[in-house]
Write a protein that binds this ligand. Structure first.
Ligand code: NAD
Length: 257
């Protein structure tokens, strides 16, 4: 049995992943804002430190897998909170738990990014400088400059940055013997999706975002790819992003990959 920690374990893709991992015989440490094995608010530095300390205590400093799934959608106010959970809630757990993962058995980590990570380039990501500097307090000011589109910008900018953060860690993590990848889901039937459909500011754009396969994903379809990436079958997959999006990235950017 292996020990795997997972954030966002209470709902949607995280809940489907935790269920599939438990069914496969893994010991899961679920982290969420409430009703989890470990309750922590990943939108704050204290909550993130509490999550890292709580996982280390529960796994005795040896962790085999990590899935970072917790996230907030475009409609959440204030939008700086989206960035705090989606970006800082991922990178601070990656960095805090690498020493424990490096002692694990065939260890691997997966961060749930989004197809939205490819909606802008790192060079055009106005959040890039403050996120690389770890300056969470400066995020709200940068988002203000995006005006009415700040929800979209907070979401896509934080997802772009978290994918870049994973890719930039490929060398150090590879040397530590820990594989690290992202999955980039497209539209997936979860409470996060429903909340954006229920918000008149975003519902049309979300409805119009239709994949070539002509439907949205079930959370279990994203969980299946996460389980593959954690498994030894993906033993040479490292620093990669897997789009699980029904073909929408290929449709939007056929010449870029
Ligand atoms: P969801 O709302 O069903 O689940 C998200 C989970 O994150 C919830 O359990 C929630 O409580 C937790 N969370 C939120 N804020 C938190 C905080 N401050 N501290 C601790 N936990 C917190 O959403 P989902 O669709 O399953 O999203 C999972 C991941 O997939 C997110 O990172 C999301 O951005 C990404 N994603 C989702 C879609 C989609 O269409 N649903 C598409 C692309 C990417």
């Amino acid at each position: 049995m292996t020990k795997i920690a997972i954030t966002g374990s209470g709902s949607g893709i995280g809940a489907a992943t935790a269920e599939a991992l438990r069914a496969a015989g893994h010991q899961v440490i679920g982290i969420d804002i409430r009703n989890a094995d470990l309750n922590a608010d990943l939108s704050t530095a204290d909550g993130r430190a509490q999550a890292v300390a709580g996982v280390l205590a529960r796994c005795d400093g040896v962790l085999d897998g990590l899935v970072l799934c917790a996230g907030l959608g475009v409609q959440v106010e204030p939008p700086a909170r989206i960035v705090s959970v989606n970006y800082f809630g991922a990178v601070e757990l990656l960095d805090g738990l690498l020493p424990a993962l490096s002692k694990g058995s065939k260890p691997a980590a997966v961060v749930v990014s989004s197809v939205a990570s490819a909606h802008l380039s790192w060079e055009d990501n106005r959040l890039a400088a403050v996120l690389e500097a770890g300056d969470e307090a400066a995020v709200a000011g940068v988002l203000e400059s995006a005006g009415e589109k700040r929800g979209n910008f907070a979401y896509a900018g934080s997802k772009n940055a978290v994918t870049v953060a994973v890719r930039k860690r490929a060398v150090d993590w590879g040397r530590a013997g820990v594989r690290l990848n992202t999955v980039a889901p497209g539209v997936t039937e979860t409470p996060l999706l429903q909340a954006s459909l229920d918000d008149p500011r975003y519902s049309k754009a979300v409805r119009d975002f239709v994949a070539p396969l002509g439907r949205s994903a079930k959370p279990q379809e994203i969980a299946a790819v996460i389980l593959f990436l954690l498994s030894t079958q993906a033993g040479f997959v490292h620093g990669a992003q897997f789009f699980v999006d029904g073909g929408i990235d290929a449709m939007m950017r056929p010449t870029r990959f």
